[in-house]
Design a protein. Structure first.
Length: 163
């Protein structure tokens, strides 16, 4: 049986993952509106991944006879200055999610909740991949700055990252 505190923190993480999905849908829509169809498709697909992360947590809570408590999801921003602004904000957001996962892992270890600690290792690895992915996109976008041809090629590169 999971402790009340672990259940609460896992439910909070579900909300953060669902916010990530909403944020990426908002960013996707902005990209499509600006003609960045590749980045729009990429972020749309990535929103599904974030939703899957939340569902994985929900499944874990259900499997441990723990109460899932879904909260309201904060409205994400829909205004961005540029394509690089979108991905710099995405990368910064992923860093906050990594911090949240690390704090959750640390908490479960301090509680000696080894099954949950073990379960969360998947998220630790996933966040490493997410950070590398978004940092790489930001790096590529910095190379092309605001040049039209470069942005088109960057958009096509981002589209190619869809899993």
């Amino acid at each position: 049986m999971l402790s009340r505190e672990v259940i609460e923190k896992l439910n909070q993480q579900i909300n953060k993952e669902m916010f990530s999905a909403h944020l990426y849908l908002s960013m996707s829509s902005w990209c499509y509106a600006q003609g960045f169809d590749g980045a729009g498709a990429f972020l749309f697909a990535h929103a599904d991944e974030e939703s899957a992360h939340a569902k994985k947590l929900i499944t874990y809570l259900n499997e441990t006879d723990s109460k899932v408590e879904l909260e309201a999801i904060e409205k994400p921003s829909g205004e961005f200055a540029s394509l690089i602004d979108v991905f710099e904000k995405t990368y910064a957001h992923e860093l906050t999610i990594t911090q949240s996962i690390n704090e959750l892992v640390d908490f479960t270890l301090s509680c000696k909740d080894y099954p949950t600690f073990n379960f969360l290792q998947w998220y630790v690895s996933e966040q490493h991949e997410e950070e590398a992915l978004f940092r790489g996109i930001v790096d590529k976008l910095k190379m092309v700055s605001d040049s039209g041809n470069g942005l088109y090629l960057a958009d096509q590169y981002i589209k190619g990252l869809i899993k």
